[in-house]
Structures are given as C-alpha cells and as structure tokens.
Design a protein around this ligand. Structure first.
Ligand code: FES
Length: 154
C-alpha cells in the first residue's frame, strides 16, 4: 500500500521536534480525529535555515511531514509556499488516494509558520504580496484549519 520511501520516512522521520527559539510557529490540525501538527522554523535572509515538526498524526502524516521538512530546508519563503500535497506525494513515490490529505498538515503548518514569522517582523507588505492575508485572518481568529473536512482519522 505504501511506497518504500514512505515507509522509510515513517520509520526514520527527519527533523522531529521543536526549535526552541523559533522565528515562526505554525499549528494546524483537526480536533475531530486528533491529528495535530506544529511546525517551527528559523529564517535567515528570507530563507528557511532550519525546520522541525511535531505531530499527533497518522503514519502518513509523519512520513509526509518528514519529507516536507527536508524539501523546505534552504528554500526561500516564496519557494516553500509552493510545496503542495502533490509535491510531497511525488517526492515520496506516491501516496494512496485516501492518504493524500495527510500531506496537507505539514504544508499548511509550514504556511502558518511563515505567516507567523512575517507578522512578528511587521512584514505586512510581504504577507500581502504573497497572498497570505486570509491565512493570517484565520490564525488571528484561532481557527485551527479546514483540514478536518477531508480527514477521516484513519
Ligand atoms: S492526517 Fe492522516 S488521517 Fe488525518
């Protein structure tokens, strides 16, 4: 059912944990199935210099988060925002259709960590330029995410 690469990332996930003095923190999740994701990032010259994840998610969420952190490290903020669930699935050699949504958790968490970083640095111009105003609004309202509608908690 899962590719060898998915299993390998599941068994040996990269970049697990939390950066204590993070420049940006992003949290998303689905309270219904209990799948939660926290992404912490360090940013240097608008590039992601370090990234870690913590998740209460299924095995696919662990493998996809591990891959997202590997893909994102060293990218500019703009480049990192382009990581989609398809990018992650392709990098892992495919995911079962039922599990495609799991890869959203880390990509969405990363997006929020970037918004958090820009907000903390009073970069509203950049938030607008990157089309992240809606995400900021959701974060300010304390909305977890819309991941829940797709997540089956399996
Ligand atoms: S993240 Fe995999 S089932 Fe919700």
């Amino acid at each position: 059912m899962y590719s060898e690469k998915v299993m390998e990332h599941f068994r040996n996930p990269r970049n697990v944990g939390e950066i204590k003095d993070a420049d940006g923190v992003g949290e998303v999740g689905n309270p219904v199935c209990g799948d939660l994701m926290k992404i912490t990032i360090k940013v240097e010259n608008d590039r992601i210099s370090d990234i870690k994840f913590q998740t209460f998610g299924c095995g696919a969420a662990i493998a996809t988060s591990s891959m997202v952190t590997e893909l994102a490290k060293g990218l500019t903020l703009e480049e990192a925002l382009k990581i989609s669930r398809q990018t992650v699935a392709d990098a892992l050699g495919g995911l079962p259709p039922k599990k495609m949504h799991c890869s959203n958790l880390a990509a969405d968490g990363l997006r929020r960590a970037i918004v958090d970083y820009l907000k903390k640095n009073n970069r509203m111009d950049k938030i607008k330029e990157l089309g992240l105003e809606k995400e900021l609004e959701k974060m300010e309202k304390g909305e977890l995410d819309d991941h829940g509608e797709l997540c089956e908690g399996v």
